[in-house]
Write a protein of this length. Structure first.
Length: 202
């Protein structure tokens, strides 16, 4: 009778390689969780710095503002550019409500009131970060792409919201009306009215 050779695979008993591996999983998960929390803390600190200083922080300024050591920053992110990209992604996620289309079945006056409220709230909240982004757009293709995509999405939002009214117009009239609405509700117009003409939010 031939004996089947014993498997060299370690059994999942005490003292096996498997048990050592499994016992280390909680510590690995704990480190990953702490790392993600620290990354989020850095992203939030960067956004806070941009809002209060109208500029992107240096590594030293970010360390002071976040309370995270300089050397730890570059264990969490490879570079300041990586932090900038993470900030843009985080802001884009939070700005999702800006791109929602109100109920298109509402009367025209109600749709106008709703989109005005959505845009005014979002424009006010995003003003500090938008100022920073516009200052970087010429030198950072990533930011330029995000701004272009956002602007396109906002114009499509208006096209969907006022589709019935726009459909009744000629091609030239429709294009002119859409561009006019887009300009009137844009962050650029909001910035001019709030910062340069001194108008209140209400």
């Amino acid at each position: 009778m031939r004996h089947r050779p014993r498997s060299s695979r370690p059994r999942r008993g005490s003292g096996s390689v498997w048990s050592l591996f499994v016992s280390d999983l909680p510590s690995i998960d704990g480190r990953r969780l702490r790392s993600e929390r620290s990354r989020k803390r850095l992203i939030d600190a960067t956004i806070s710095y941009i809002e209060t200083h109208n500029g992107f922080p240096t590594a030293a300024a970010l360390a002071e503002h976040s309370g995270i050591a300089h050397r730890s920053i570059f264990r969490l992110f490879d570079s300041l550019d990586d932090i900038r990209s993470a900030v843009i992604a985080d802001i884009s996620k939070d700005a999702g409500a800006l791109f929602l289309v109100p109920d298109v079945t509402l009367p025209l006056a109600d749709r106008i009131a709703q989109i005005a409220k959505i845009r005014s709230t979002a424009n006010e909240k995003l003003t500090p970060v938008r100022r920073f982004a516009m200052g970087q757009v010429q030198n950072d293709p990533g930011i330029e792409q995000v701004v272009k995509m956002g602007n396109g999405a906002l114009q499509r939002q208006l096209a969907d919201l006022f589709a019935v009214e726009l459909a009744a117009m000629s091609t030239a009239e429709r294009k002119n009306a859409l561009n006019t609405m887009d300009l009137a509700l844009s962050w650029g117009a909001w910035e001019r009215l709030r910062s340069f003409q001194g108008l209140s939010k209400a």
